[in-house]
Ligand binder design. Structure first.
Ligand code: PLP
Length: 363
């Protein structure tokens, strides 16, 4: 039924119809140009764990014609066994990115506040905007710790912490985290993407702080970034809300099989390469110090090193076939390069290229 008497309206552009809050959002676009040695994204540079590799070939021929388990129950059980928690304390997602986004959406009404450290994980402000939330970026202290006073003063609906923090690599002090947990009223998300490389983690805090949820991933220590498997651990009532927001079928069938295999049979492989990463991280930090730089002590599988011209150095490193992640004008830090840790020959090439790039920059 058409209404011919309706006055003509100006044709709306797509931007007029799209959500207002999306105008400020641009696509996530880190430089992913191929490089001979890619130390830019903190993935596992030793390759794929063996049991996961076998599970992927098996799943490819058997599991893909049917829908996967709705909420990845088998993966939840494997994660629960790995961490020593109950399966109802676990929610999975398409990478921990998806879990973080789902958690923000589950607890943040449009207009609510998300507080996060600055610098920290670049996706958080993007997820906050995508979900229509307001945001407050709270600068780190001089020691790369979270600023407890400012987080408590912000008292946001959602407080995001990241420990070890990306991009500094440093863990927040346990006392700082506990003060923030005790001092804010909302939900606190602690991103532990790099927990396997750190001396301690926050899992035990779940016993005393029922509004905390910890996110983790199989993308870093477990070497499965391409399969996109992440998870969160927390009280069953929190996890249930995140699961509603996440929706069904988010972890595909091949990823589910690989995750179960990795969490069951690849733990020795993971432990071995984590140990090697930690050794190489310390060796890399010493080599950077020898080049006259002052890397931030790291608890993860990467090292952040302040430099005077990150963009220029990044270009000169890329000319030499080495990709790292440059940052410009980070609060309290300035320009810096984030270098992922991998097998020593890769790091040796990176150090040599960095030495040349630094002297070329001084000419
Ligand atoms: C890499 C990373 C993630 C995301 O991991 P996925 O599980 O691959 O989505 C989350 N948080 C931090 C801090 C990271 O560095």
């Amino acid at each position: 039924m058409s209404d011919t008497s309706r006055p003509p309206v100006a044709a709306a552009t797509v931007l007029d119809i799209a959500r207002q809050s999306y105008r400020a959002i641009s696509l996530y676009a880190p430089n992913r140009a191929p490089a001979a040695i890619d130390l830019s994204d903190n993935t596992n540079l030793w390759g794929i764990p063996p049991a996961a590799a076998r599970a992927i070939s098996n799943a490819a021929s058997s599991a893909v014609t049917r829908y996967p388990a709705l909420y990845a129950a088998g993966v939840k059980e494997a994660i629960a066994a790995y961490l020593g928690v109950k399966p109802e304390m676990v929610v999975t997602g398409c990478g921990s990115d998806d879990v973080l986004d789902s958690a923000i959406r589950a607890f943040g009404e449009p207009g609510d506040m998300v507080a996060y450290p600055d610098p920290s994980f670049a996706m958080i402000p993007i997820f906050a905007s995508m979900n229509g939330l307001r945001q407050i970026a709270i600068p780190l202290t001089d020691t790369s710790d979270a600023d407890a006073e400012l987080f408590i003063a912000a008292n946001a609906k959602i407080t995001y912490l990241c420990s070890p923090n990306n991009p500094t690599g440093a863990s927040f002090a346990r006392a700082t985290i506990e003060r923030i947990l005790a001092g804010v009223n909302g939900i606190i998300v602690i991103d532990e993407a790099y927990a396997e490389f750190a001396r301690w983690n926050c899992l035990d805090l779940l016993d005393n702080f029922p509004r905390v949820v910890i996110t983790r991933t199989l993308s870093k220590a477990f070497g499965l970034a391409g399969l996109r498997i992440g998870y969160a651990v927390g009280a069953p009532d929190i996890v249930a809300e995140i699961e509603k927001s996440r929706g069904p079928y988010k972890v595909n069938a091949i990823a589910q099989q690989a995750a179960i295999a990795a969490l069951t049979d690849d733990l020795p492989w993971v432990a071995e390469h984590v140990a090697e990463a930690i050794t190489n991280r310390e060796r890399l930090s010493r080599a950077l110090t020898t080049l006259g730089l002052a890397p931030i002590p790291s608890e993860s599988n990467f090292v952040l090193v302040p430099v005077s011209d990150a963009a220029g150095l990044d270009r000169r490193l890329r000319d030499r076939g080495v990709a790292v992640r440059p940052f410009s004008a980070l609060p309290r830090i300035g320009d810096a390069l984030r270098i992922s840790v991998g097998p020593w020959p890769m790091l040796e090439s990176c150090i040599a290229a960095l030495g040349e790039s630094l002297s070329e920059g001084r000419q």
